[in-house]
Design a binder for this molecule. Structure first.
Ligand code: AMP
Length: 500
């Protein structure tokens, strides 16, 4: 089948030809005619399948026939991360080069002013992350009553990131008569329920079984002690022919530590994770794309959809806790039919996670030795449980010796006397400024909430965590949730109810 068989017009066909595509991919073959017919589409497709062109090409075709009015965009595409949003915007530029469509990219971390100016000029295509979209709407900068096409991309990732309430809110602001395109790499029941809520009589298109890693990626696993990980990585980086590589860590703080360590050992590395300012994230990704940086140490923010052609390697410095993340991570290499290599460093405690991955991908990852390093093998889970149980018992009986700690002089924990707590509470009652400060801080947190900050509800049962949340982060007090009564101004003893 050719692109010209799909119902696309001459300008879009020319752009496709300019992009060097000769044949539509399976998702494009299925989705493009449906979108052109105005049907709602439920697409089960991973990144790397060509799904972005699957929805952008027909959208350009449809939108090319009308004009946008100021502040009233005609189509809206929601993406879970800024990087993905920026990538879709690039796709629009490439495929829409023979059309005069206006596009605006609304992502956090960039100036509101510029984004508002673009909206004022009238946009045909709005590409946004959910948080920034809601912020702009709440500021009154945008009207969504003219949206004709609504795209929710990477829905399962949106779910993991806690964006579903935001998306539901945005969908509620859109006209009922619209075309909705909903894409997800996986279709767990929660995603199906959402699709049912958002789509009207959709046509379902599915390509490649979800979570099947590209066959072009050669995978290997080294089982080593935790303390040997950096050494093992350096060894692999030196012995493999690494042109460029993503190196994934589970925790943001480890991204920083590993990045500094690699630089110290003379590697040309950059770091990318969700806590870095957007300008740094964009710059780093561009430097990696250009080849100025050859190793990108990153968190899972870079695992999905980032499309950089010709990445030779992926290293999992940590085994991902969720098996699907493994598939997404290694999918950064072996793209567009090229070969790629993926190495994972497991510690003896990772046996369960590695088994989960093997179950998901339907095969074991071949285990390789790393020269000069001990190969401990996986710990037996039962053994570990017994050992932990024994330790707990001993600790309960007060018999456990912690040799390192025992040698250090014990410092007594500062004792907080109840009277001190009361005094502090009394001081804050007498000093309203102090209370206000607390309120302001909470208020600011709340404002920032929309900007990529996920919330705990609506997540998959087994994923009750913030994305990239440090596993060793302690949840203090109410955690993310601030009960309403805490936010309410305290009533001075003499005030009546009306004054509150
Ligand atoms: P996506 O799944 O949308 O992230 O696309 C993955 C990659 O495939 C991107 O680099 C696209 O430029 C490329 N691509 C999309 N459609 C085609 C096609 N029909 N032929 C060749 N490459 C394509």
């Amino acid at each position: 089948m050719n692109f010209s068989d799909l119902g696309l017009g001459p300008e879009v066909l020319r752009a496709v030809e300019d992009a060097g595509y000769t044949q539509p991919t399976p998702i494009q073959q299925q989705a493009i005619p449906l979108v052109l017919q105005g049907r709602d589409v439920l697409g089960c497709a991973q990144t790397g399948t060509g799904k972005t062109a699957g929805f952008t090409l027909p959208m350009i075709e449809i939108l090319g026939k009308g004009r946008a009015r100021a502040r009233m965009p005609r189509s809206l595409i929601l993406e879970p991360t800024r990087e993905l949003a920026a990538q879709v915007a690039e796709n629009f530029e490439v495929y829409g080069k023979h059309h005069k469509l206006n596009m605006a990219l609304l992502i956090g971390g960039e100036s509101f002013g510029d984004q508002v100016k673009r909206l004022d000029r009238g946009v045909d295509v709005l590409i946004a992350t959910p948080g920034r979209m809601i912020d702009l709407f709440e500021r009154g900068n945008i009207l969504l009553s003219d949206i004709k096409i609504f795209v929710i991309d990477e829905a399962d990732r949106m779910l993991d990131m806690g964006f579903i309430p935001d998306i539901e809110r945005i969908a509620g602001l859109l006209p009922k008569m619209r075309q909705t395109l909903f894409f997800s790499a996986t279709m767990p029941p929660e995603i199906r329920r959402l699709a049912d809520a958002f789509l009207m009589n959709p046509k379902e298109v599915t390509v490649a079984p979800p979570a099947s890693p590209a066959t072009t990626v050669t995978q290997a696993l080294a089982i080593i002690h935790r303390d040997d990980k950096r050494k093992a990585l350096r060894h692999l980086l030196r012995t493999e022919e690494v042109k460029n590589a993503f190196i994934f860590c589970n925790r943001k703080k480890d991204v920083g530590v590993l990045h500094r360590s690699l630089e110290k050992h003379g590697f040309n590395a950059g770091a990318l994770h969700g806590d870095l300012p957007q300008s740094v994230r964009t710059e780093t990704l561009e430097a990696f794309r250009r080849g100025d940086i050859s190793l990108l140490v990153c968190s899972d923010v870079a695992a999905r959809g980032i499309d950089i052609q010709g990445v030779s390697h992926v290293f999992n410095f940590d085994i991902p806790i969720h098996a699907e993340d493994y598939v997404h991570r290694i999918g950064r290499t072996g793209r567009a039919g090229r070969s790629g290599r993926a190495f994972s460093l497991a510690t003896p405690e990772d046996g369960k996670h590695v088994a989960d991955i093997a179950k998901l991908i339907g095969k074991d990852i071949p285990v390789i030795p790393v020269d000069g390093l001990d190969q401990p093998g996986f710990e037996d889970v039962e053994d570990r449980r017994h050992r932990r149980g024994r330790k707990d018992d001993e600790r309960a009986r007060g018999r456990t010796e912690r040799p390192e700690r025992a040698r250090r002089p014990e410092r007594a924990a500062p004792k907080v006397e109840p009277v001190e707590v009361e005094r502090a509470a009394a001081a804050s009652r007498q000093d309203p400024g102090r209370q206000d400060l607390g309120r302001q801080d909470l208020g600011r947190q709340d404002l920032g909430r929309h900007d990529q900050t996920p919330r705990p509800d609506y997540r998959r049962d087994d994923r009750r965590r913030r994305p990239e949340m440090d596993d060793d982060e302690t949840v203090v007090g109410f955690g993310d949730h601030v009960p309403a009564f805490v936010l309410r101004r305290a009533r001075p003893a003499s005030a009546s109810m009306e004054e509150v």
